[in-house]
Design a binder for this molecule. Structure first.
Ligand SMILES: [Zn+2]
Ligand SMILES: [Zn+2]
Length: 363
């Protein structure tokens, strides 16, 4: 539940030594736990620093002290009202690394002090037709972190422990944050390209692309990076990560693509990517929102090319990604911002001023 004083950023502890705290301008006689959070009150408005009460973990939940929370394009889609019916008021953020402060009834997976990650998929019913056939990413009754559950643009978060992941020790919390969404969606998209992929085109060379490119290169694939036309900085960055070719999204790659991943939310990239593929290729759209796809001739889909989207993630995707990330030293390009600069971080992402991932750090 969000409440309290807007526009202030006073710091509180989760287990206060005293028992009188001021929230919302009223003296509380209860032992209320207060944290700072950047709160969305309605779509289209900037986030506001707000004092929010911290709830005790319920059944199956852990309370985490947030160490880092990545900023994702999906946060912009929620902010702009392109994703409908968010919880309101809402704390955004679904790329969260935190440490367990306390555990609710039945939550025994993680000891206090353990560092865990919280992804977008926050909860599923485990009984709908999709959950029963191992497609929990399509669950009919899911809860999503930072959308229908409060997320990590805050000092603390409640999470269902069965949807959390252990974070490999080789990453610090800021480095690990982008793995929790960009990495996961990138990994699921990559997994959908099928078994016969020797080369891979990646459209939109942001956070998801730079993570999955490293894993694909480690797997021996040739990566072709496509950026917005003229973005030589991103092209240089892609080559530095090991892409064999980098160019504009309108360019023809030096070889036909076995598969393409599209991470930029631009519908016209679908026919562009299809036209660059060879027979039997799959074009995977990794975004949750995309502009309309222009009509295109059937000939560029012909010969068993496939276009597909990827929705959310399964816990299996997470287990596989974090296994891979423990083996491959994935370098995540990050830019840390203090929690109270969340609006600035979102603005930098929106305007394309970031080559890696913005990560909020409560201080
Ligand atoms: Zn379900
Ligand atoms: Zn995300």
């Amino acid at each position: 539940m969000v409440g309290g004083i807007a526009g202030q950023s006073r710091r509180y502890l989760v287990e206060p030594p005293g028992d009188k705290y001021i929230s919302g301008g009223e003296h509380s006689m209860n032992r209320s736990k207060i944290m700072r959070a950047m709160v969305l009150e309605a779509p289209g408005q900037p986030l506001r620093m707000t004092d929010v009460s911290v709830k005790a973990p319920g059944r199956g939940q852990v309370l985490l002290r947030v160490e880092a929370c990545g900023v994702c394009r999906t946060d912009l889609h929620i902010l702009d009202g392109e994703l409908k019916n968010p919880k309101l008021p809402l704390i955004l953020g679904h790329e969260i690394v935190g440490r367990v402060v306390s555990s609710g009834e039945g939550a025994v997976r993680f000891d206090t002090g353990r560092r865990v990650g919280v992804p977008w998929l926050g909860y599923t019913d485990q009984c709908c037709r999709y959950c029963r056939r191992n497609q929990e990413n399509l669950c009919d009754n899911p809860l999503f972190t930072g959308y229908t559950l409060d997320g990590g643009y805050a000092e603390f978060i409640l999470a269902y422990e069965n949807y959390c992941f252990s974070i490999p020790e080789r990453y610090d919390s800021v480095e690990a944050a982008p793995l929790l969404c960009a990495g996961l969606i990138g990994y699921r998209s990559y997994r959908m390209t099928g078994p016969h992929v020797e080369n891979l085109g990646i459209y939109g060379f942001g956070a998801a692309a730079h993570i999955i490119a490293q894993i694909a290169i480690h797997d021996g694939k040739d990566v072709f990076a496509f950026t917005r036309p003229g973005d030589t900085v991103a092209q240089k960055f892609a080559r530095k990560l090991g892409a064999v070719w980098a160019g504009d999204s309108t360019d023809k790659p030096p070889d036909k693509l076995d598969a393409a991943l599209i991470f930029a939310p631009i519908g016209s990239l679908i026919p562009a990517a299809l036209a660059a593929t060879r027979k039997g290729a799959t074009v995977v759209c990794g975004g949750i929102h995309m502009s309309d796809i222009p009509s295109f001739p059937y000939t560029i889909l012909w010969e068993e090319r496939v276009i597909r989207s990827v929705a959310n993630l399964t816990r299996r995707d997470g287990d596989e990604l974090f296994d891979a990330a423990a083996r491959v030293a994935v370098r995540t390009e990050t830019r840390p911002y203090p929690l109270e600069k969340a609006n600035e971080a979102l603005g930098d992402l929106r305007e394309g001023r970031l080559s890696g991932a913005a990560v909020l750090v409560p201080q």
